[in-house]
Write a protein that binds this ligand. Structure first.
Ligand code: PXL
Length: 279
């Protein structure tokens, strides 16, 4: 069975990071091996939360896993508590990221034009070092802007869909050139297109844009679910484009269901009901 090391936090509310990655990978027939980087009472967009940073345990896990002589088919990273954590992840990768291992880095830094609580210039600098090692990178628009220096507000002053998509593609190509990775920019939402949201795939030789209906809401954890379906799909031998399509179908179903219940966006989506779509 394929094994994926998931280096992420465990947040009790918000349906993100490990609580999203483990069920998705499991239902797709992949063993998820969690390396918990922090435990939180809820994800950080809730007005109040408790966070115990577990950065210090990463070297201990790394050492123990070396002793077990295990190897991974995939390694997935997501939300990062701070720059210290990235140093330890880089040490982990030095041993476990081989030519046989697919490294997916979701550069979780912010959303809707706003950086998360954990963000600072040093975290951004270290995140650039981490993405340079990745095989797949899945930034949302905010994260793509932060990683490439494009200005989020200027981008969102574009009035034509074509201009908007051209700039996003330019930023994505810049990230692709800098890292050599496959890039999937998620949550692409041209200001003139109220009812659609898309994903832009950029590899060395291909660019591909797909979009799905959009209800204007941005729920917690959807980026984490997207990345996990992508990893699960690739572990199953799917092409990235196929895995993107599966992730889109899964998320559309979960988001539609959630919107009917007026769930707050910080609480995440009802993905559990739709895990069977990934079987
Ligand atoms: O979904 C990204 C994420 C993961 N983990 C924590 C978060 C967030 C986004 O805010 O706060 C703890």
């Amino acid at each position: 069975m394929k094994k994926v090391a998931v280096i992420q936090d465990l947040s009790s509310f918000g349906k993100c990071s490990l609580t999203a990655a483990i069920p998705v990978l499991s239902v797709m027939g992949v063993q998820a091996c969690p390396l918990p980087t922090a435990v939180l009472s809820s994800q950080t967009e809730y007005p109040s939360y408790f966070c115990e940073d577990l950065t210090r345990i990463i070297p201990a896990f790394t050492n123990e896993w070396k002793k077990l002589d295990v190897s991974f088919d995939g390694i997935q990273t997501g939300y990062i508590t701070g720059k210290e954590e990235i140093h330890h992840i880089l040490d982990f990768l030095e041993h476990f990221h081989t030519s046989e291992t697919l490294l997916l880095v979701d550069p979780v830094l912010g959303d809707k034009g706003k950086a998360y609580d954990n963000f600072d210039a040093e975290l951004l600098k270290q995140m650039k070092v981490l993405v340079a090692q990745a095989d797949i990178i899945t930034p949302n628009i905010t994260e793509c802007c932060l990683l490439t220096g494009y200005d989020y507000d200027t981008l969102h002053s574009c009035t034509s869909e074509e201009d908007y998509l051209n700039i996003v593609e330019e930023a994505g190509k810049q990230l692709q050139n800098a890292t050599g990775a496959e890039i999937i920019i998620t949550g692409v939402h041209p200001p003139s297109k109220d009812h659609s949201v898309g994903n832009l795939y950029i590899s060395e030789n291909e660019t591909y844009y797909s979009s799905v209906p959009y209800n204007g809401k941005s729920y917690s954890g959807t980026g984490d679910l997207f990345a996990s379906v992508l990893m699960g799909g690739r572990m199953r031998g799917m092409k990235t484009e196929q895995a993107i399509q599966l992730a889109e179908e899964f998320l559309v179903a979960a988001i539609e269901d959630t919107a009917l219940q007026n769930t707050p966006m910080v609480a995440g989506v009802n993905f559990e009901t739709y895990l069977r779509m990934l079987l």
